[in-house]
Design a protein around this ligand. Structure first.
Ligand code: SF4
Length: 146
């Protein structure tokens, strides 16, 4: 589509933000097109365009991705509560609205996690990875230019 002069349509298409990067399309493609990677590049270009004020991304996914990576960088593993506390206020535009939206989303989902032992008092506090793993994680973030 970009080659057909539809660059704007490609970059502003909200479908590229729905991709979960599961790689199923890449594994199944008979032409060996790395579709998930192509979508990843489209998302990165769209983010750069938005930073430059040339495009408005109609998805909260970039906020989620940034919060997710920030938690990984900080603790070396995913800290769910930290992710939610960082993501929701940015998504909703204020801390109070964010906390209300978080409670609404977590009402059923959170209870299911709690019942399966995935959420509880221990999950309220972040656990850090070992020092050696922390060094490796730092190298990864330096390599990807964070
Ligand atoms: S990687 Fe491919 S199959 Fe998986 S969610 Fe993204 S587009 Fe869909």
């Amino acid at each position: 589509m970009s080659l057909l002069g539809m660059r704007e349509e490609v970059l502003s298409n909200p479908d590229s933000w729905v991709c979960l990067i599961c790689q199923t399309c890449t594994a199944q493609c008979p032409q060996d097109v790395r579709i998930a990677n192509v979508l990843g590049v489209i998302r990165r270009i769209a983010e750069k365009e938005e930073e430059a004020g040339k495009l408005k991304i109609e998805s909260s996914r970039p906020l989620f991705d940034k919060a997710f990576l920030h938690q990984l960088e900080k603790y070396g593993r995913l800290y769910d509560i930290g992710l939610a506390k960082e993501y929701y206020p940015k998504k909703e535009g204020s801390f109070i609205k964010g906390m209300l939206a978080m409670m609404k989303d977590y009402k059923d989902f959170g209870m299911r996690m709690f019942k399966h032992g995935k959420m509880g008092p221990k999950a309220m506090f972040p656990e850090k990875i070992k020092r050696t793993e922390e060094v490796e994680m730092k190298k990864i973030f330096e390599k990807i230019g964070k």
